[in-house]
Design a protein around this ligand. Structure first.
Ligand SMILES: NC(=O)c1ccc[n+]([C@@H]2O[C@H](COP(=O)([O-])OP(=O)(O)OC[C@H]3O[C@@H](n4cnc5c(N)ncnc54)[C@H](OP(=O)(O)O)[C@@H]3O)[C@@H](O)[C@H]2O)c1
Length: 242
């Protein structure tokens, strides 16, 4: 049997009810692992459970922006092997935007992941790992997203710093390009999302948008390769090189 599988491993996915998190849950179960999925909507968690079938699935409603909820969540679930933290929703805007817009990425993406590690780390197995969610916008920003680019850059630095602080627990970061998911910047019209998909096909080397299962595959690699820590991987179709 390959040592590079999640068989009998317990994987916690905050933001596991759709998109990349759900694809990671599916691949974990296919490999014989157990998943704990969390997200705000009970309906979405229920739909995810139905989609994932009969595997070993636990689900918990959680808003990761609420520090008390995060702390209680980890106390409740107890020990586990791997943590993945894609749950986020935020808005992007130009530098002249209201402070609320500028702060939304840090409030909904940076601090929730920072706090998830803070409260989750006492329960992670010493040969386990953490995968943080960033985005390739960190390396190749487009207009009107300075705070979002800075937030992703901060997450990539956080991953390196935590790899140093938490070893032997491994900490890595996935920084995808545009991936087909139901992710929609809060308040943005689907037409805006569709236009950004179309633009993305011209902005990367492979000429297409990625799939959630491709980003999930990268995440599972980071969880299962026991000699990889402090790394950021970019499943982005070559976006940052074009
Ligand atoms: N898709 C892309 O093109 C792309 C590219 C680069 C980076 N990313 C990053 O990937 C993440 C989004 O993943 P996705 O594309 O797979 O989107 P998605 O399909 O919308 O999944 C987001 C997941 O996070 C959960 N979530 C959202 N807000 C939450 C909160 N406050 N507390 C707990 N869970 C929460 C959602 O469930 P509920 O709504 O029920 O809470 C859902 O399960 C974001 O961090 C985004 O920056 C995405």
């Amino acid at each position: 049997m390959s040592i590079y599988t999640l068989k009998d491993q317990r994987v916690v996915i905050i933001g596991g009810s759709s998109g990349i998190g759900l694809a990671v849950a599916k691949q974990t179960i296919e490999q014989g692992g157990q998943v704990v999925i969390a997200g705000r909507s009970i309906d979405k968690l229920e739909q995810a459970r139905q989609l994932l079938g009969n595997g070993s699935i636990e689900m918990h409603p959680l808003d990761n922006r609420n520090v008390d909820e995060l702390q209680t969540f980890f106390e409740k679930i107890g020990s586990f092997d791997h943590l993945f933290t894609p749950g986020a929703s935020y808005v992007r805007g130009p530098i002249t935007s209201d402070l609320e817009i500028a702060c939304s990425c840090f409030d909904a993406k940076f601090w929730p992941q920072y706090n998830a590690v803070k409260y989750g780390v006492p329960y992670i197995s010493s040969n386990g790992s953490i995968v943080l969610m960033s985005g390739a916008f960190s390396q190749r920003p487009l207009a009107d997203g300075a705070s979002y680019a800075a937030c992703n850059g901060a997450i990539e630095s956080l991953g390196k710093a935590l790899a140093v602080e938490l070893a032997p627990v491994r900490v890595n970061v996935i920084s995808p390009g545009t991936i087909h998911t139901s992710f929609n910047w809060e308040g943005a019209e689907q037409a805006v999302r569709d236009k950004s998909y179309e633009e993305y096909t011209r902005l990367n080397l492979l000429g297409r948008v990625g799939h959630a299962y491709e980003a999930a595959h990268t995440t599972i690699y980071l969880m299962t390769n026991g000699f990889t820590t402090g790394s950021t991987l970019f499943p982005d179709g070559g976006y940052i090189l074009r």
